[in-house]
Design a protein. Structure first.
Length: 460
């Protein structure tokens, strides 16, 4: 499958000033495949070390001499290529976190050898890691589940993909394109972006098989956490995951996690899920200026999952011979899916290959109600996002927010065809407010980077 981050990985390998690269991301998002594909496509001899499967190999890295490390690994694996024609891949590095400190020597003494390390639950290992990290001598990159454009490409829907990518404000999108795009996006909402599930779906697996893979992935993550049983109970883990699903789109309340789960274990579990990249924490911000993180309040959090497939595995949504139609799902499920998919796509937009994405939200505490679903920093400005799972909904909070913050542009995600509106309305307090409202169907959210610059009056 084509991955958007692959071109970034190629650019890293081709850069003569590259540093050893640490790939971040949850288990099963495709880190290993990306590295192997890079070696194959660039005709580099892959020297792969898996420290979870072969823990004794960690001893090879005890020396500070990278040339000796490479020579010993090559001998053990009958690797004959020179360093400049090789790619050293250290997988599951969290099994021997002390190896991270040794990566600096490769940057300084063997720059001709590209080195990639990858690991799952890496933050957990680092919590007990007494060695200093090689700050400034390694690079970090982030791998996420497949976005909607990647999903379409995996299903050979290139004509539809090109039509969506070409849409610009002021143009009309045909009903044929709109209907077909929603057909595929609704399927994407059922399958999600985890590579194993997408691959099965693209190869013609039925809905039940896809759902089974999603459940297997959930069990894999739970088994991973069992390795850290001293930190957290498996029972608490599952209850917190269920609480995240139940609260999608709303404030996460620790006291509502479940009977017998105290506030502190629930808080610690959510933090660990975020560290493992299985959850995304969406922090409240006052949104009075950039950066949004400067006025955040970590007590007021929302949360979303890594991938919608985990939501289906936890919800146990029906999937027999085929996926259910959107309108047959319970309203609460549709609302949760809309919030999850918005968070999933906006997270990708707010980050990059070398920068982890960050989302925020806003709500008025005390007095009259008011809430903005998501806020992100986009093209050097604050972009408020309203999410609707259907085709209609109130925008009173958005009008007031746009008046108070004096912002020029807001985004609304719903099921309608795309449009741009010049809003000139009054708030519930009778205050006049003017701004541009970009209405997009959820299936166009991933193309926001191409759409925003085409808006009249929007500054880069």
């Amino acid at each position: 499958m084509k991955r958007a981050v692959y071109e970034d990985l190629r650019a890293w390998q081709a850069d003569a000033r590259r540093k050893p690269l640490i790939l971040r991301g949850a288990r099963q998002v495709g880190k290993t495949w990306l590295v192997r594909e890079l070696a194959r496509e660039r005709k580099l001899a892959l020297l792969e070390v898996n420290l979870e499967r072969d823990p004794l190999l960690a001893k090879v890295f005890q020396t500070a001499d990278p040339k000796r490390v490479f020579s010993d690994l090559a001998l053990l694996q009958d690797h004959r290529a020179a360093p400049a024609d090789s790619l050293l891949f250290i997988d599951e590095i969290q099994a021997a976190p002390e190896v991270l400190a040794r990566l600096r020597w490769f940057a300084e003494e063997m720059p001709e050898l590209p080195v990639v390390a990858a690991g799952s639950l890496l933050e957990f290992a680092l919590a007990d890691f007494s060695h200093s990290m090689p700050v400034g001598r390694v690079s970090y990159a982030y791998v996420e589940p497949l976005g909607f454009p990647e999903y379409l490409a995996a299903h050979a829907q290139d004509p539809l993909l090109e039509r969506l990518r070409a849409w610009q404000p002021g143009r009309v999108i045909s009903s044929a394109v709109h209907d077909k795009a929603w057909e595929w996006f609704d399927r994407y909402q059922m399958v999600g972006g985890m590579p194993a599930v997408v691959a099965a779906d693209a190869q013609g697996a039925d809905a039940k098989s896809c759902r089974d893979i999603q459940r297997d992935l959930l069990h894999t993550y739970q088994d991973d956490f069992s390795k850290y049983a001293g930190r957290i109970e498996t029972r608490v883990l599952r209850q917190v995951l269920l609480a995240v699903v139940a609260a999608l789109g709303g404030k996460f309340v620790y006291s509502s996690v479940g009977d017998g789960v105290k506030l502190e274990p629930a808080r610690r579990c959510l933090e660990m899920l975020a560290a493992a990249r299985l959850c995304r924490l969406i922090t409240h911000t006052a949104a009075n200026g950039l950066p949004l993180a400067a006025q955040q309040n970590e007590r007021l959090r929302k949360a979303a999952l890594l991938d919608v497939g985990l939501a289906h595995a936890l919800w146990n949504t029906p999937a027999l011979g085929h996926f259910p139609r959107w309108e047959t799902l319970a309203p609460g499920i549709r609302g949760g899916l809309g919030e999850q998919m918005a968070a999933q796509q906006l997270h990708l937009l707010s980050g990059s290959f070398t920068r982890d994405g960050q989302l925020f939200h806003w709500r008025r505490e005390g007095g009259r109600a008011g809430e903005i679903d998501y806020l992100l920093e986009f093209h050097g400005a604050i972009l408020p996002v309203e999410v609707k799972s259907g085709a209609a909904g109130s925008m009173k909070s958005l009008h007031q927010f746009m008046h108070d913050k004096r912002l020029p542009l807001a985004l609304r995600l719903d099921r309608n065809p795309p449009s741009v509106q010049a809003m000139a309305v009054s708030t519930t307090q009778g205050q006049a407010v003017q701004y541009t409202l970009l209405n997009l169907p959820h299936y166009l959210c991933a193309f926001l980077g191409e759409i925003i610059p085409g808006l009249s009056g929007w500054h880069e």
